[in-house]
Design a protein around this ligand. Structure first.
Ligand code: SAH
Length: 324
């Protein structure tokens, strides 16, 4: 059908002079939302409304199509035309007793966009937790309105997430402080192993390192142990060794799986963050295939996990795309 057929009707169509039709929907031209719009802007808005109004129908159609396709596939398998897929191996999941705190007390240090990035990074952590063989219990502490709003906007289902607790309390009030280890790139101590009875704190901040030493100083003031990940012992970094929250978390999850820091770093740290793509005593061919875009992502932190995109709105999906 030519698009001309669907030009907003500028002449009265029926009962009221103000009621018009556009691609099957009727609208009242006196509605304030249509006021002052150019013809093009009106058309754009109407197109959006048509798109929203037909969503259910579209989804139903897609679902039917998918159903039909899998029925056809099943038939072909039964008839021996195509081979049956190999049975899926059940994934063994054994929860870890290592605990993690995300210290989210830093929203006043962040711009709005950084708070959004923080939210997206926490979604990534949740996703890594779900995919990992040894998920950890995560406690998001000092969860304030700024971050809460970002969650409600992007992933309102967060309240149902497994293995994550959101609390306004501080970790100081929730845990035995002798068990706390604040992870910080600035620490003189190095983590050798993640220990079962420890609670590792990750500073929930996205700041492109404007606030140098922030978490290290906070922990020292609170009399809490600190430790850095042993990156320098395995990799030459192109720049600073300060990683994003989700990368630190993903490295921990990988270590629990492999008990091998080098493997964990290589799988998680974007390739271009490794100096000349050189590893200590090895080559970089094993390095994460993440490209430059991901390095930017590590700095700017707009990424979000594909799995959880399902839980996000369409716009969120666009924003959280790999290209950032
Ligand atoms: N400007 C902040 C940077 C925070 S990076 C600061 O200097 O404190 C976000 C968090 O990731 C840190 O608080 C820390 O918990 C963790 N982190 C980043 N790189 C790390 C590293 N190399 N070793 C241990 N923890 C690290």
């Amino acid at each position: 059908m030519a698009d001309d057929d669907h030009k907003p009707e500028l002449v009265a169509s029926n009962a009221s002079d103000n009621i018009r039709t556009y691609k099957g929907i009727t609208y009242d031209i006196t509605d304030p939302k249509y006021q002052g719009l150019s013809k093009n802007a009106l058309k754009k808005l109407l197109r959006e409304e048509v798109w929203n109004a037909t969503r259910e129908k579209r989804n139903k159609f897609q679902k039917e199509k998918k159903k039909q396709k899998s029925a056809e596939r099943r038939k072909l398998i039964e008839e021996g035309v195509i081979p049956a897929p190999p049975p899926k191996r059940a994934r063994t999941v054994e929860p870890s007793s290592v605990r993690v705190v995300m210290d989210c007390s830093f929203t006043s240090y962040m711009h709005d966009t950084e708070i959004k990035s923080m939210q997206a990074q926490l979604v990534r952590c949740h996703s890594a937790n779900r995919a990992g063989a040894h998920p950890m219990e995560i406690t998001i502490t000092s969860f304030d309105d700024a971050l809460k709003n970002a969650f409600e906007k992007k992933t309102p289902t967060y309240t149902n997430w497994k293995n994550i607790e959101f609390t306004t309390e501080s970790y100081m009030d929730k845990f035995d402080t002798s068990k706390l280890v604040y992870l910080s790139a600035d620490s003189d101590n190095v983590v050798r192993e993640l220990e079962d009875d420890k609670v590792y704190i990750i500073g929930g901040i996205v700041d492109k390192n404007r606030h140098k030493g922030l978490c290290q100083n906070k922990a020292t003031d609170q009399g809490i142990q600190t430790a850095a990940l042993p990156i320098g012992e395995y990799l030459h970094m192109a720049s600073r060794k300060v990683l994003t929250v989700n990368h630190v978390y993903e490295i921990m999850i990988k270590w629990l799986e492999t008990r091998d820091w080098e493997k964990a770093f290589l799988e998680v740290i974007p390739g271009r963050k490794l100096k000349d793509s050189k590893l200590l005593g090895d080559d970089a061919s094993k390095a994460s295939s993440d490209t430059g875009d991901k390095v930017e992502e590590a700095e700017n932190n707009e990424g979000a996990p594909k799995k959880d995109e399902k839980e996000m709105g369409e716009n969120a999906k666009k924003e959280a795309g790999d290209e950032e």
